[in-house]
Write a protein that binds this ligand. Sequence first.
Ligand SMILES: [Zn+2]
Length: 165
Amino acid sequence: MSRRSAQGVDDLFAKASSAWKEQGSRMTSVRKILCQEAFATTGPFGPEDLLTKARSIDKLISPATVYRTLAQLVQLGLLREVAGPRNQRLFLVLDSPTAGISHVLCSDCGQMIPLADPCLHLREGALARQQGFSPTKISLQVEARCDEWREKGSCPRRRADQDAP
Ligand SMILES: [Zn+2]
């Protein structure tokens, strides 16, 4: 999985710190580990992925803490929660207004692949505004089969734990 630049991680980290401070809370050492690991991730990740990474740094971090922190980061507008394959909960870092808005959900690969689509926001947002609404969240999910998997029987995106289709 690719990682975000150190500068990008620092910017997100600063946003989280100041948002918690505004709420009268603070960046604890556990939150710090979870934020650093989550913000470094560029693709969608599950709570278990984050727990595994965080536990390699502090093995006492609990799943409950991971879920609670993820929910807080969604609330702070730094992460977006999306439904992945088999309805698993996945999270994406919201480093731009259009991050995670549209994605392909492949039933063959068992992957959620983000699409960079800045137009969706403009187009669908404008249509909603014409009807007198202020959009708060726009998303598009493309459910798909994988061409490469179907033709060659293999695909580098395919998750190892994916059952045969
Ligand atoms: Zn595939």
